[in-house]
Every structure is written in structure tokens, then in C-alpha cells.
Design a protein around this ligand. Structure first.
Ligand code: URA
Length: 248
């Protein structure tokens, strides 16, 4: 597989694409010993030797993507039958072998982080971290403050599991209600099963926040983009902050 030299170098921390362009212009970048000046030059990082100022560029950068997951695709890297979120990525991004951090149901939309940074993913998914996840949901039925109180106390799911306190904000109450629910765990079908526990049904579900990351409102359903440096930094600091709090 091939990718653009500017993208490779930007991923590797050689600066923004603009800075990388300058680096290329300066003649610092060589591919198989020959200077490369054009940012659009395609390289095969697995096969070709890329150097900057004579130093080899180790291949295997981290990649962090934010997707507005569409309904109808599964949160997996590959599947024999179903389309996966990784199938939606451009080949250039797939090259970095990102995987989804946690799962959204096939019919759930919204914020999904994909990365190849296993350590970060592991930390964000660790049940010990209690990373808050906020969902916007449309509920068939009238959601009441009594439901909010139940969720604050914890409800019993169909398998007997007692949920941790969760925050329910009722945006619109009626025969169809709009709500926002923040949970700090990630049991299978958790939001749907929590509403089931209070006799109501989720008809639309979209994740809008995960830890310090909020879904970019400019991302249409099915679109994705790289996290900004600030977002990556926030994620890493958040993780470090959580570590401190727990004294780990
Ligand atoms: N809870 C659910 O029920 N489904 C999801 O996809 C995420 C949380």
C-alpha cells in the first residue's frame, strides 16, 4: 500500500502538513536515498527507506480518527458478512490498522474513536476508568423525572446487573421523548436495556461524547476525520489525570 509522503511524515510527528512541506522543500527528506521534494509523492513505507536529515523514519505511527458512525455498520475491524466501520475508511488510513475503541450497536450512530494506539484504547475502555459516555436518545414513551431518579440510583438490567449511577437529562418529554443519558460503564446494549428496565424503548441512539471528546457537529453521518493535536492531547491528559486521581 502507498501513502503520501506528507501524510506519513505528519503522522510521524514531523509537524503539520505545512511544516512537512517546508521540510520536503529543504531537501531533508529522502526515499531510498533520493531527495523527495513533492508533498504528493507516494511512498510504500513498508518497503521503502524514508529518512529525514539522514535519520530513518520508523514506520508505525499512531493514528486517531473520529467517526460519526452511520447505522447499518458494525464496530469491528473485519467481518465476513457485514460492513464494518474500518471498511468505511480510506485505504490510506486503513494502512495504519486502526480499530474501534469500544462498540456501538449496529443501529447506533455517533461518536466512535478509531486508533491503533492499543494502550490508549485499553485505558479508555478499562472499567476501572469510568469514562463517561453521553448518548442522545429518542424514546418511545414519556420519560419522567422518576426515570431520572431511577437512573441516578441505578436500575436492574434483564440479567440482574445493577447499573452504576447515570445522569439522565430530559430534553423533551411526550409520547416520544428526547433525552441525553451519561453512563460510566459499557455493558452490552446498556442504554437500551436501561430504558427497558423502566418499561420504555429506545428508537434512536447516538453517542455524542466520550470522556473529553465531543462529536464534531460538522461531521455528517458516515464521515470521519483525524483528531486534532489538541484533541489527542486532551485524551492523553485525561487519561493521565484519571491515573492520578486513582493513585495508579
Ligand atoms: N448502549 C446501547 O444500548 N447501544 C449502544 O450502541 C451503546 C450504548
Amino acid at each position: 500500500m502507498e501513502l503520501r509522503i506528507d501524510k506519513l511524515l505528519a503522522h510521524m510527528g514531523y509537524g503539520t502538513r505545512k511544516e512537512v512541506k517546508k521540510l520536503l522543500k529543504s531537501g531533508a527528506v529522502k526515499v531510498d536515498g533520493a531527495a523527495v521534494h513533492d508533498a504528493k509523492t507516494k511512498v510504500r513505507p513498508n518497503e521503502q527507506a524514508v529518512t529525514v536529515w539522514g535519520e530513518p523514519v520508523a514506520y508505525r505511527p499512531f493514528i486517531y480518527l473520529m467517526m460519526n458512525k452511520p447505522p447499518g455498520v458494525i464496530s469491528a475491524t473485519e467481518d465476513a458478512m457485514e460492513e464494518t466501520v474500518v471498511d468505511l475508511l480510506e485505504e490510506e488510513d486503513r494502512l495504519f490498522a486502526p480499530f474501534p475503541v469500544g462498540r456501538l450497536d449496529k443501529d447506533t450512530e455517533g461518536l466512535l474513536l478509531l486508533t491503533n494506539d492499543g494502550q490508549l484504547a485499553h485505558q479508555l475502555l478499562s472499567p476501572k476508568k469510568h469514562v463517561p459516555k453521553t448518548y442522545f436518545a429518542v424514546i418511545d414513551g414519556e420519560v419522567t423525572e422518576a426515570d431520572a431518579a431511577s437512573f441516578r440510583r441505578g436500575v436492574m438490567l434483564d440479567d440482574g446487573y445493577e447499573t452504576k449511577p447515570a445522569e439522565l437529562v430530559i430534553l423533551k418529554s411526550g409520547p416520544r421523548s428526547d433525552v441525553e443519558l451519561t453512563i460510566t460503564e459499557g455493558k452490552f446494549h446498556q442504554v437500551k436495556r436501561m430504558f427497558q428496565a423502566v418499561g420504555k424503548r429506545v428508537v434512536y441512539l447516538k453517542r455524542v461524547k466520550m470522556g473529553p471528546l465531543a462529536l464534531d457537529p460538522d461531521l455528517a453521518v458516515g464521515e470521519y476525520r483525524e483528531l486534532t493535536d489538541e484533541e489527542v492531547e486532551k485524551l492523553k491528559q485525561y487519561r493521565a489525570g484519571e491515573d492520578e486521581k486513582k493513585g495508579t
